[in-house]
Design a protein around this ligand. Structure first.
Ligand SMILES: Nc1nc2c(ncn2[C@@H]2O[C@H](COP(=O)(O)OP(=O)(O)OP(=O)(O)O)[C@@H](O)[C@H]2O)c(=O)[nH]1
Ligand SMILES: [Mg+2]
Ligand SMILES: [Zn+2]
Length: 300
């Protein structure tokens, strides 16, 4: 299983837990974190800790993000996206929404992890910000990376999970608590000067137990959804999905079309205004990307 990538890929060998540095055969073969691969080992007498990736297995899932310019694969074969937020630093509910939609589009289960619950005041603020997500049925688990991760560990059982979220939320601290041998680098209590600096620079996979793995990923700053067709966006919002069949027009964009069931629900206060705004932003972005693609393959 691919455990890390950068200039060289690091492969975690099933069973032994050994990590082998591998180069890929050919330029087209791009293995990403979570990929299952076949490797060949260096011949006897050579450095046995080195190998070569021969092939990549079919992916059960693939999570990626894409803006107008480029696509970035986040991880392969993930079965659970665990989005980590905390009261400090503040988190963006828009980024959270974007990631949940990407997970939905990729057919991957999602979980929201509220970390740093030892910080009572800021946690209360974060919890209020999460209320619309709780109301939508997204599972939320409370943790304190420094004290207790038992409930999170239970949630990750039998999953190939990905910890994702903004910088400073405590993803690496959680990984170190879950996998004591991980030794992932974590950020210092961030000073104003450090704001915006990322501690984790590449994704890395760890074995939680023989049946579960967890990937630590670098802090998110943006999450483009250009790969999600605009006519599939509404269906990825759990609050809109049951409504869209009731719009008067089958190709309703849920903006100002007459007989729009989504706008009607919004008008009677049944839709969180922030979520409505996020939908509008995503639709505008998606339609912009689609127009650019139509008019000359994305040149500027
Ligand atoms: N009070 C408190 N602080 C925490 C907790 N978990 C993590 N921290 C602190 O939060 C800071 C950031 O933690 P990291 O684990 O480096 O955050 P990260 O999400 O991995 O950040 P990036 O790698 O930059 O994406 C560190 O100073 C941690 O000690 C917690 O449960 N409570
Ligand atoms: Mg980190
Ligand atoms: Zn509509």
């Amino acid at each position: 299983m691919v455990a890390a990538f950068g200039r060289k890929v690091e492969v975690l060998v099933d069973g032994s837990g050994e990590r082998v540095k591998c180069a890929a055969h050919g330029r087209r073969m791009e293995a990403v974190c979570g990929d299952r691969v076949e490797i060949s080992r260096a011949a006897e007498g050579h450095d046995a800790s080195q190998g070569m990736i021969e092939s990549i297995d079919n992916r059960a899932s693939i999570l990626f993000r894409r803006d107008a310019m480029r696509e970035k694969v986040i991880a392969a074969n993930v079965t659970l996206v665990a989005y980590v937020v905390a009261g400090e630093p503040p988190f963006s509910d828009e980024l959270l929404s974007r990631c949940l939609i990407a997970a939905n589009a990729a057919g991957i289960e999602a979980l929201i992890v509220l970390n740093k619950t030892d910080l009572a005041a800021s946690t209360a603020v974060a919890r209020a910000q999460l209320a619309p997500f709780a109301a939508l049925g997204y599972p939320i688990v409370d943790v304190t990376a420094r004290h207790d991760v038992a409930e999170l560990r239970a949630r990750l059982a039998n999953h190939e999970s990905l910890l994702i979220g903004q910088s400073g939320m405590g993803k690496s601290t959680l990984v170190n608590a879950l996998v004591p041998a991980a030794g992932a680098r974590t950020g210092e209590i961030s000073s104003a000067l450090d704001a915006g600096r990322h501690t984790t620079t590449a994704s890395r996979l760890y074995a939680l137990d023989p049946q579960a793995t967890v990937i630590d990923s670098p802090g998110l700053q943006a999450f483009g959804l250009a790969h999600v067709p605009t006519d599939r966006l509404a269906a990825a919002f759990p609050e809109f999905a049951p409504l869209i069949g009731s719009c008067r027009f089958a190709n309703c964009r849920h903006q100002s079309e007459p007989g729009c069931a989504v706008r009607a629900a919004f008008a009677r206060g049944a839709v969180d205004p922030r979520r409505m705004r996020i939908f509008d932003t995503l639709l505008e972005e998606g339609e912009y990307t689609a127009r650019r693609a139509l008019h000359g393959g994305g040149q500027t």
